[in-house]
Design a protein. Sequence first.
Length: 200
Amino acid sequence: MERVKFIVAEPSYLIRKGIISIINRIEHASVIKEIDTLEEINSIILKYTPDFLVFNLELLAHLNSFRNSNIKMDLLTKGIAINTGCSPDLLIDKNFREIINLWDTKGEIFEKINNLIIETDKGKIVPDFINELSEREKTILKHVAKGLTNKEIADKLFLSAHTVITHRKNITTKLGIKTISGLTVYAILNNIIRLDDKES
C-alpha cells in the first residue's frame, strides 16, 4: 500500500516533534516534511504533494494570503488543524478535516489521524483490518455502531453480556479504535453498516 504523506507546520519544536512521533507510529503514514511557518507553503506543497497538512491554526493569523490561493485552499480540505488556544474565529472554518487540541491525549491524537487515513482511498484498499474480524465480531460491531448497549446486544444475539464485552475488547484491540464514534466510522467505511441503518 502507498504511504499516506504528511507535512507538519508547527512553530513549537516540542509540539511538532510530538505530533511527528505519533504520525510515524501509524502504519502506512509518514511525515515527509516539517516546517515552522506557512510562508513557503505553496512551493512546499507543489514539491512534496502531501496527502495531509497538519498545521497550527495560529499560523493562519500571520498569513493573510492563505485563503486566497487555490492550491492552499485545496489542501486546506485535507488540513488537520492544531488548536493551541487560538482565537475562536479561526475555528469556524468548516474545511478542516480534523482538529487536534493541545489538551488531547496521545491516544486521541493517534485515533483522529488514524481515522482520517482509513477514510482516504489509500486506506480503503487495505484489507487487513476487515479480514481480521470474525463474522461474530462483525455482527457485534454492527450492533455497537447502531448504538445498542452490551446488554441489548447480548439479548438480541442470545449471548451473555460478558461474551459481548469480550468480543468488543477483541474488536478494539484488532482495529486500534476505542471510541464508539470511531468504530461507527470504521463500520460504515467497510460496509458493515449503512449510513442510514437505524435500530427499529
